[in-house]
Design a protein around this ligand. Sequence first.
Ligand code: ATP
Length: 235
Amino acid sequence: MLEVKALSAWYGMHKALDDVSLNVQRGEVVTVLGANGAGKSTLLKALAGLIPVSAEAQINLNGRSVCSLRDFERVEAGVALVPEGRGIFGELTVRENLFMGAYPKRARVGETENLERILSLFPRLSERLSQTARTMSGGEQQMVAIGRALMSSPEVLLLDEPSLGLSPLMVSELFKTLARVCETGVTILMVEQNAKRSLKLSDRGYLIEQGRIVGTGAAQDLLNDESVKKAYLGG
Ligand code: ATP
């Protein structure tokens, strides 16, 4: 479904992504593991069209190139990013935030059914539809951000560090919620500091070091691999 080849990206003279190739099949959950500064966020930003990429890069969604599409056009094509830091609209209510996600033409048809489906995944949000988003806890705000991205009916959901900055209790709750989201068959490419937990939700993983993919495998194999454990899973 999502196929990436020869993707490189620079910040000035610094090459943050170096010839990255990866793929995500429909319905798969895939985690990218890497140390701080390895290029994980840059990868998701490049896929979402937020930063320029190399001329030879190929990013195909369902066989169609999205490389020339701008960020908002990629959402229309089916690529939804939940950015690090969430990027929710603090002054708007939960309901308004969720409907902001439904702006792609594809998503406007059936947005009410979509909202009901999303609220069943995030029951806490259904109790708080009229609450101003900034007054919610970090974990609840993360659920708003994920719910908003799901309102765009994405072909692929890109999650950048969803558990960052959350209390241990909230992290557990978030992963339970993510497990429910994964069960609905949404295709997910995720970057997560909580590598063990995200691999447990995933079908496959990629290892990234200094902007290069240095390994890939089934999530279960990566979880059991001694060198992966040592380098990425805290021993
Ligand atoms: P982290 O988990 O710490 O966020 P990451 O794997 O997501 O790490 P990136 O944020 O993608 O890493 O950064 C990759 C490299 O690019 C790093 O060396 C970082 O310092 C650099 N970088 C990231 N954003 C910028 C920017 N806006 N300008 C210049 N360099 C940047």
